[in-house]
Design a protein around this ligand. Structure first.
Ligand code: AMP
Length: 202
């Protein structure tokens, strides 16, 4: 069975109307509702389904960000992740955190935690970079199945259906591998409030 590492980013909630700061140095974040990046909810849901199908043995959620990133990790735990790792990146360092930095962190943690599958969202809706999965796979020298809309376990590894410009592409990968979750991969379950409250972070 596989150990799955999932990247979860805290972003401004998708329903919030974004306001630019008066000095145009960035967007207003103070007092603004934040949530787990929607594609990361899909990534966590896929990991939980893998665990339910006995493909995965353990799910580790990782978030790089300020102390409030712990709220996002609590949501991942409430959805079914087993453990959470908060990599604290705050202030100016967080403002300049790039996908390559996150990819290096995820790659190192995947090795330390002996993960077999890394799942991230196809993109974070704040910066829309769509780079972390690809860079993580390159750093680890693992195969990648990006923009996944279906993932099936096979004896040899995984069969991944990918959303590409012309339609769907089906690829086969060995494990370990990196996946990125696209919109149609699944419909994430709700993290209930009692579940969020009872879970705590190691
Ligand atoms: P990006 O390449 O920035 O569009 O992000 C793609 C995916 O990488 C996101 O959907 C997350 O799963 C993961 N990711 C990006 N930034 C972070 C972060 N700060 N902490 C944890 N995961 C992240």
């Amino acid at each position: 069975m596989s150990r799955v590492l999932v990247g979860v980013k805290r972003v401004i909630d998708y329903a919030v109307k974004i306001r630019v700061k008066p000095d145009k140095s960035g967007v207003v974040t103070d007092g603004v509702k934040h949530s787990m990046n929607p594609f990361d909810e899909i990534a966590v849901e896929e990991a939980v389904r893998m665990k339910e199908k006995k493909i995965a043995s353990e799910i580790i959620a990782v978030s790089c960000g300020p102390s409030q990133a712990q709220e996002t990790l609590r949501t991942a735990l409430a959805m079914g992740a087993d453990r959470a790792i908060h990599v604290e990146v705050a202030g100016k360092e967080y403002e300049t955190l790039q996908p390559l930095h996150v990819a290096k962190i995820l790659a190192k943690l995947s090795q330390d935690e002996k993960a077999d599958i890394v799942i991230v969202g196809k993109q974070a809706i704040d910066d829309d970079s769509n780079q972390t999965a690809q860079m993580t796979a390159a750093l680890l020298d693992w195969p990648q199945g990006t923009f996944a809309s279906k993932v099936e376990k096979t004896d040899a590894g995984l069969t991944v259906t990918r959303e590409i410009d012309g339609g769907l592409e089906v690829i086969k990968t060995k494990l370990p591998a990196v996946l990125s979750a696209d919109l149609r991969l699944n419909e994430p379950r709700y993290a209930t409030l009692p579940n969020i409250m009872v879970k705590f972070i190691y």
